[in-house]
Design a protein around this ligand. Structure first.
Ligand SMILES: [Zn+2]
Length: 202
């Protein structure tokens, strides 16, 4: 199966204020630079010594995946929640459990371009939803905690090719009293619920 990614366009660059608000840095720190190297290697099969740590952040990206005769248009924007089917067949923890795949969810914090030679390579900066293995007692929806900025347990830089379909996932903040200030939810509370009753026809 040969897949091709074409018509890649990024839109609306993050302004200085946005970078501060979303805790993004124009020069990747050591941890994120190492993650970028892994994304090149594991997602794109490119093993190369990277020189530039500089990245440019954008709020949205669109691209078309060409797969033989099929074409899929994908449009992603910061704040969208994506779903990734993980392959667990080589994961020793799940051996002998019969579980070979699992769907994981992450929120896109930003899209960024990294310059490699004369190429601008697009990547996603993600925050993962970590399953709490419990459900909301009233709504019966699974509960999650969003990965914090300072938590590097899960790689958050991924090549866009990890997303091969338009996402249709809905997470809601588990608000506490006084959560919303100036139309935005408090970022001190990282608890979210996966709204499993939300479907839209695609
Ligand atoms: Zn809230």
């Amino acid at each position: 199966m040969i897949e091709e990614y074409i018509n890649i366009h990024v839109r609306s660059k993050f302004k200085k204020n946005d970078l501060i608000k979303y805790e993004l840095v124009s020069y990747l720190n050591d941890d994120l630079f190492a993650e970028l190297g892994r994304a090149y290697e594991e997602d794109l099969n490119i093993v190369e010594h990277l020189t530039s740590r500089k990245v440019k952040y954008y709020k949205s990206i669109s691209y078309t995946i060409v797969d033989n005769d099929d074409q899929i248009d994908v449009k992603l924007k910061a704040g969208d929640v994506i779903d990734i089917l993980e392959d667990l067949s080589t994961n020793s923890i799940f051996q002998n459990t019969g579980i070979t795949t699992r769907i994981s969810y992450a929120r896109i914090r930003a899209i960024f371009l990294h310059t490699k030679g004369n190429l601008q390579v697009p990547f996603l900066f993600l925050d993962w939803f970590i399953s709490q293995d419990s459900i909301d007692q009233k709504l019966r929806c699974p509960l999650y905690k969003l990965q914090k900025s300072e938590d590097y347990t899960w790689r958050r830089i991924y090549a866009i090719k990890c997303i091969d379909h338009q996402p249709n996932v809905h997470f809601v903040h588990c608000c506490k009293t006084g959560c919303i200030v100036n139309g935005e939810h408090s970022q001190n509370n990282m608890n979210y619920m996966h709204n499993i009753f939300y479907y839209t026809a695609v």
